[in-house]
Design a protein. Structure first.
Length: 162
C-alpha cells in the first residue's frame, strides 16, 4: 500500500513538473539610432541631426526612449515607422512628440525586435512636417548579443544548480 501511495505521489509531482513553465527572463535590447536630415525620403532638414537611444524589453514589449536633436526648430512629432531605408511607411510606435519617456507598451515592438532594419525613427518639426531627421534602427551589435547570451547562460546554470 505504501508503495502505491509513493507511486501516485511521484506521478502527481511528475505531472506538475511537466506542465510547469519556466519564468521568462527579460532582456533589455538597446539600439543607438543616428538621425540625419539627409536620410529623409524627399529631403529633411539639411542642418538637423540627432540620436535616438531605444531600450526595448523583449518580454514586456515596453520601450524607453531618449531622443536628442540639434539644429531643429520645435519638434511636433516623433515615432517609429515601418519601412526600409529609402522608403516611407506607416507609424507603428508613437512617442507623442515627447523626446524622452519610458514604459510605453506596444505589441508592434516584437516586430521591431525581429527585424530592426525594417523600421526607422522619424522626428518631425513645424518646418519639416513630413520629417526633419530620420534614422534606420540598426541590428544590435555583436557585443550586445554576446552579453545577452552570457546572461541567459548564467541564469540557466544557476537554475539547474538549485
Amino acid at each position: 500500500m505504501e508503495g502505491f501511495r509513493m507511486l501516485r505521489l511521484g506521478a502527481a509531482l511528475g505531472s506538475a513538473l511537466l506542465f510547469a513553465t519556466a519564468p521568462a527572463y527579460a532582456a533589455q535590447i538597446v539600439f543607438n539610432v543616428p538621425l540625419l536630415g539627409s536620410n529623409e525620403v524627399g529631403g529633411g532638414d539639411p542642418d538637423g541631426s540627432g540620436t535616438a537611444i531605444l531600450t526595448i524589453d523583449d518580454v514586456a514589449l515596453t520601450i524607453d526612449w531618449n531622443i536628442t536633436v540639434a539644429n531643429l526648430d520645435t519638434v511636433i512629432l516623433d515615432h517609429i515607422h515601418s519601412g526600409a531605408a529609402g522608403t516611407n511607411g506607416p507609424v507603428v510606435v508613437d512617442f507623442g512628440g515627447q523626446l524622452s519617456g519610458s514604459g510605453l507598451q506596444d505589441n508592434d515592438l516584437a516586430n521591431v525586435l525581429a527585424n530592426p532594419s525594417a523600421f526607422y525613427v522619424n522626428v518631425h518639426t513645424n518646418t519639416f512636417q513630413n520629417g526633419a531627421i530620420r534614422g534606420q534602427v540598426p541590428e544590435p551589435d555583436a557585443a550586445h548579443l554576446i552579453g545577452l547570451g552570457a546572461v541567459a547562460l548564467g541564469l540557466m546554470r544557476r537554475k539547474t544548480a538549485r
